[in-house]
Design a protein around this ligand. Structure first.
Ligand code: MLT
Length: 240
């Protein structure tokens, strides 16, 4: 198996995705919330690359059956039901409903990967489970970091390193890796062993300044979930 990491999501040649398993991560906070929403009983999640499209879909489905979630600059989009904190995706809010989601980076990253054979949603909270599923699928794996508005985000690299570490541990066959995989695994190990401090990195620091310190802690707690959401035909549901 070949394992690679795309450090920031941008224009990607669809031909490079054919036959691969892609794991999309936006650990702070979009893909973490996708895992939480499915875990808390949402029927399905629809990621969108445009806030207007999200609002239109939600009004078509109606308030009883849908929840409109999204942020700009970390703050809830005006008129949306909830923002982008994992604590807002509670069972009371999402159970039995379709969550329609639009965020600055994470939802567009998921939508842009549709040429891959399988698209899994990864985060720290489901790190081992998503790695296990990727290994089981048996294809080459590309971990795609959403990044922050076209630039690399260290939080995503660290999460990519955690998932890569777990894939290498769980695979029964040799894993061929690229240099960026080594860089991300080293960052993850340094973070885990408290040699690397991510609290001053851009996105982490901004969320703390906005009062979302609890969210960051939640998003960086490993393996609290075994849910592995999968994106197919415009919809995210748990992969069974
Ligand atoms: C995004 O998609 O850019 C993020 O999830 C932003 C956030 O932390 O709210």
């Amino acid at each position: 198996m070949q394992l690679n990491i795309l450090p920031v999501c941008g224009k990607i040649n669809s031909a490079h995705l054919l036959g691969t398993t892609v794991i999309v991560i936006d650990v702070l906070r979009a893909t973490t919330n996708m895992v939480v929403a499915i875990q808390n009983g949402s029927n399905r999640l629809i990621p969108t690359s445009d806030a207007g499209e999200a609002a239109m879909l939600a009004s078509r489905l109606g308030a009883r059956d849908s929840v409109l979630a999204g942020e700009r600059g970390g703050i809830r989009i005006q008129g949306f039901d909830i923002g982008n904190s994992p604590f807002e995706f509670s069972p009371e809010v999402v159970k039995g409903r379709t969550v329609i989601m639009n965020t600055t980076n994470g939802t567009a990253a998921v939508c842009s990967m549709s040429a891959a054979r399988n698209i899994l949603i990864g985060a720290m909270i489901n790190c081992s489970a998503v790695a296990r599923r990727a290994v089981q699928l048996g294809d080459d794996v590309l971990i795609v970091c959403a990044g922050t508005e076209g630039t690399i985000s260290a939080d995503d690299l660290c999460c990519a390193g955690a998932i890569a570490e777990s894939i290498c541990k769980q695979s029964r066959t040799p894993v061929e890796t690229t240099d960026i995989v080594m860089v991300c695994r080293n960052l993850y190990r340094d973070f885990r062993d408290k040699r690397a401090d991510l609290s001053k990195t851009f996105h982490w620091n901004r969320l703390v300044r906005l009062g979302f310190e609890k969210d960051v802690k939640f998003c960086f707690t490993e393996d609290t979930s075994t849910v592995v959401p999968c994106y197919r035909d415009g919809i995210i549901q748990e992969m069974r």
